[in-house]
Design a protein around this ligand. Sequence first.
Ligand SMILES: NC(=O)c1ccc[n+]([C@@H]2O[C@H](COP(=O)([O-])OP(=O)(O)OC[C@H]3O[C@@H](n4cnc5c(N)ncnc54)[C@H](O)[C@@H]3O)[C@@H](O)[C@H]2O)c1
Ligand SMILES: O=C(O)C(=O)C[C@]1(C(=O)O)C=C[C@@H](O)C=C1
Length: 362
Amino acid sequence: MPEVDRGPAALVGPVRIIGAGLLGASIGLALRARGLDVQLEDLDPANLRTASGLGAGVPVAGDETEPQLVVVAVPPDHLAGVIEGALEAHPGAVVTDVGSVKSGPLATVAAHADVARYCGSHPMAGTQHTGPLTASATLFEGRPWAITPHASTTPEATQVVTGLAELTGAMPLTFAPDEHDLAVARTSHVPHLMSALVAGRLADAPEGHLALSGPGVRDVTRVAGTDPGMWLQIVPANAPAILELLGQIRADLDRLESAIQDGDREALRGVLANGVAGTKAIPGKHGGPVRPTTSLFVHVPDRPGNLARLFADVDAVGVNIEDVRIDHDPARAGGQVELVVDQARVEDLTEALDARGWALHQ
Ligand SMILES: NC(=O)c1ccc[n+]([C@@H]2O[C@H](COP(=O)([O-])OP(=O)(O)OC[C@H]3O[C@@H](n4cnc5c(N)ncnc54)[C@H](O)[C@@H]3O)[C@@H](O)[C@H]2O)c1
Ligand SMILES: O=C(O)C(=O)C[C@]1(C(=O)O)C=C[C@@H](O)C=C1
């Protein structure tokens, strides 16, 4: 195991994680990779076994050293109760949670005598899966991680929770809990609901129509595939902020309908241009500016080892793959692999892959 990286925030462990699902197990894996001791708790013995089997930490036995930090990673409805339980069970520890909404749990925990040791947080990383099986040590790398101290959080608690985000490779950003909830309504909750509405139109589509599903519909609907369980708890917990944005979208939808009905291209251009402006406003990885990327499409015959060969050929040119997507080619036995790469390197890459015999187009 590598040396403990003490980092500027002095999180040295042990860290106790309550809830060893996707988030809890991923945090455990990331901290174990940095050499910290991780203790795991979960109500579900199967999840606990899976998470510890993957190397995310050791199930608690009752005789371990008291933790420096407790991370609560249970479903939204249970956060407040488990945070209060952690403050009581571990009187020397800082307590945080990774819940998707911050004001609700805080409103309950605020009355607790030891609330100064609690500092909320929220990593903006996840997948459409739940449970520890798809946990990953690299889930948080380069992603924003909101740190949400409240009025009486101690500076030490904020520092330790910031250290947690840093040790997982995430980018800590401080927000007041209310401001955080307004922000994620816009960047996470409403986008999720919009994705569900668009995907819902596919559920009863004539079968033949869905054969024409290209990358566009997959991009817009990916998160709609998530198990609804967590979202059934997130959405009511952030209802006012979500309703405000849905009202604005309803007005946009009315304007869009009129533009289409009236054949008003200028109004339509306005709606589309606003969308372009919105996508450009999203910061790039690590919070930097969005770097221009280009997609290169490569036909990959359906044979074992071909994908590995393609990735090795890209690596040989020293080009980083920013994103990748695979679509099955209805016409040929193979897949269409979309490689998203730095625009400045696309010519080099095209030349090199072409020379190695790959069939490609931009
Ligand atoms: N999945 C995401 O994309 C994502 C991203 C950021 C934050 N979050 C937040 O993280 C939290 C966990 O989400 P997840 O996706 O890891 O869920 P998950 O379902 O994968 O894991 C939750 C785990 O908590 C356990 N659990 C439930 N109640 C418990 C209790 N009282 N005590 C101990 N263990 C308990 C469950 O058995 C399960 O193993 C949620 O609050 C969610 O809002 C999720
Ligand atoms: O990547 C995904 O699948 C996610 O939806 C992750 C996502 C998000 O909206 O970005 C979802 C909810 C969490 O609270 C944080 C992250």
